[in-house]
Ligand binder design. Sequence first.
Ligand code: GLV
Ligand code: MN
Length: 195
Amino acid sequence: ADPDPLQDFCVADLKAPLSVNGFPCKPEAEVTSGDFFFDGLSKEGNTTNIFGWSVTAANVLAFPGLNSLGISMNRVDFAPGGLNPPHSHPRATETGVVIEGKLLVGFVTTSNVFHSKVLTAGQMFAVPKGLVHFQQNVGEGKALLFTAFNSHLPGSAAVPRTLFASRPSIPDDVLTKAFQVGNDVIDNIKSKFSS
Ligand code: GLV
Ligand code: MN
């Protein structure tokens, strides 16, 4: 979890010309009710992409009222067959509730045990901080998930993008050794993520 706040709130001033661990507070006299409400999760995301999914974040960057409160949410939309690819959140434990559809939800522990379950509307899951996890739409139609984090900015490292689409790239030599395959396989995977 993020550090406890030292005051009721500290609505983020995202444009402040200084850098701290978090964001400086907007002057309290300028804070309005609007700072504590956010409708950015009300719209379906665009799932027209290679994974058939979309994440809309309500973190401190999108919803500055969350600054220093140690909490945030995502909306995750899935086309039929869509996948939220394996990823981890360096700064937060995640929980989620399925709103619509049928999702295979899973994570792998540091002992390399895979925990998974197929969930439908109203059912919840937990992903311990930092562990690699995913959700896949295994139902007939669309699926909708809301997730929550004990950080105002959980961060996300997606495994495919981290390994095969970093800038600059990880040398092929590292990846061929890590995955015990030839350059052709690595180049083929890298090509899927070049844009
Ligand atoms: C789901 O895993 C999410 O990060 O919202
Ligand atoms: Mn996640």
